[in-house]
Design a binder for this molecule. Sequence first.
Ligand SMILES: [Mn+2]
Length: 312
Amino acid sequence: MFHLADNVYVVGHKSPDTDSVAAAISYANLKNQQGMPEIYVPAAAGTINNETKFVLEHFGVPVPETITDAKGKKIILVDHNEVGQAVDNIKEADLLEVVDHHKIGDIQTGSPIFFHNEPVGSTATIISAMYDQYKVPITKEMAGVMMSAILSDTVLFKSPTCTDKDKAQVEKLAKIVGEDYQQYGIAMLTAKSDISSKTARDIVKGDYKHFDFAGTKAGIGQIEVMDLSVLAPRKKEILEDMEKVRKEEGLSFVLIMLTDVMKEASDLLFVGSPADKFEKAFEGKMENNSIYKKGVLSRKKQVIPPLEAAFK
Ligand SMILES: [Mn+2]
């Protein structure tokens, strides 16, 4: 009997970042190269950001389609494993696989699935190593998007989430790409730092995720720039929009990390309550709704765990 091949959507989290999009593109490509009967379609769970646009244009890779509803679809999740970060109705999807590098969240399945989680700096690192494991050659395009994702998620290796495996994969991919990855990385982060055309909402929601701290619901976002002084004049406007987002989404608090990549520090902006937990988590006194933290670059490793501890 003639049977149309099923589409399997490979998709990252909402408010897609470069790793989420690159992981979807490179993992779908890997699966398609392995001769499975299904067709693997890379997808994004929202509009791609300026940095990702820069990456896809640089390597001539098409922008993946956007999906907003997982209901009834065959799905592979990359770069997240929390229902709150996934495309809508993920519980009504046929979830086939998860490939991720975050803490284990609340995704559940009725039957066993392939679930690969590894504490490395980016999902692209895991996928890049899988190409070797399955002996699938890496094209220049795929090398480019994976290399970009690793450099982006590890903030050019400066993030405490960065591991030797991330560095080794970038070295390998840079050879295929044929570019100096440090120079390229700075150009990529500069594209991300261009906030002149961004509204306060774009800044707040550009890389934004929902979290639950022992029943306290929060939205936590991050914007990375080469130099914080570009954001300083817009701080008031950003705080006002954070408060709007907090009310619209019925959250207890919204926290946005304004991260200075070169100085390796973040200005942590906070609106809502409980402010005492925020001050406890970051061992400081809030001034003008913010605490400046040297050495803090990673939401996953340096913002979420102290908040979790403060809410215990
Ligand atoms: Mn990631």
